[in-house]
Design a protein around this ligand. Sequence first.
Ligand code: ADP
Length: 414
Amino acid sequence: MNVLVLNSGSSSLKFQIIATDLEQIKAYKDDRILRGEVEGIGGEAIVKIRYRKEPEKTLTAPVRDMGAALDYLLRYIASERSGIHEIKNTAEIHAVGHRVVHGGELFKESTLIDDRVLKGIEDCIDLAPLHNPNNVKGILAARELFGKEVPQVAVFDTAFHHSIPEQAYLYAIPYHLYRRHRIRRYGFHGTSHRYVAFRYRALRGLTREQTNIITLHLGNGCSAAAIKAGSPVDTSMGLTPLEGLVMGTRSGDLDPAIVGVIARKEGMSSSEVETLLNTQSGLLGISGLTNDMRELQAELTDHDDRRVRLALEIFCYRARKYIGSYLAAMGGADAVVFTGGIGENSPEVRARICREMEWAGLRLDAPKNQETVGHEGLISTEDSKLLAYAIPTDEELLIARDTVRVIKDEPHPS
Ligand code: ADP
């Protein structure tokens, strides 16, 4: 089954085509045919496409909206010039899997999209006003172009966290606010945490129930999850992705009174402060330079800039604090798993986070940590009581697999 995986943003559309089926999933023989991104939707868009292991192609085209982006993409794929011989027309795309950011309390697992489900996703717009509307646009565009016969599946960023108990998902605010407005912790990056947890147990030959780990997704957005007996019992992002770890441009945890203080002192509205905390804070805010970890590390090596060092220290300290608190929350764990652009590629950040964690039985193996970049592997010593792994995430693969399972009525688990 050729599954088109779509991740639609405000002006971008990330896509992959993965050929997979129940047998291929079991044998781990999923076949990634194509991947790429349309950037700059709404104007002259840049389309990057990589077919198998061929070099990436960059195309440009005027693309007015999500529908036009998908239409352009499908025409290109089916055209002679693409050189993609597996897919000669759109009928050879058998299903579409969508990344949907917020599933609220409604969606606890990946779900076949029908009118009722689409309405449910629209109902969650209130909870994720920046993300869900784009996801809805992606679903509608795919429906328009493929027709209702091609099944579409929604894979929610929040779904994996549905196992989190009340004590961890409720905030200590008047209970009626939860009842009236569903204000609670939902957590995000669920597909990524789920994928690396699945890879961890495959690497160690464990069952789901034997999986007790802390996963750290460190990318532009960053989050931690405490996974006990295979299911999350806590996670660092909350009602929105703003809570928790320090991120590229997000502050993560802070005293909620700060919102009012900034609003008063700077003459801003609360939603302007929220934007500041989401887009001008984190690594960017502290360093005053960039949200990009690679650039910050280069800057530190070249100039030893004080605020850059501070940004890195605050970022790593917060992550270490979360590991400590999750060890307490879970009653101990067997491993810490790093993923995301930073977690997969930065031995320096991993080492900084794991510094002085020997008390918890975590001892990094310096050479292994250094050489494990962009591929999976153990980065602690074998005899560490708390192991550490780096595992590249692959949300698209899980979305493709869930799409097949849901269509074949064999809902996960993975
Ligand atoms: P997103 O959350 O948008 O998917 P990624 O997971 O791609 O983002 O992570 C992006 C972050 O990863 C950026 O801060 C980038 O600088 C960082 N990163 C990527 N490669 C490296 C590297 N080799 N060393 C340090 N940081 C890296």
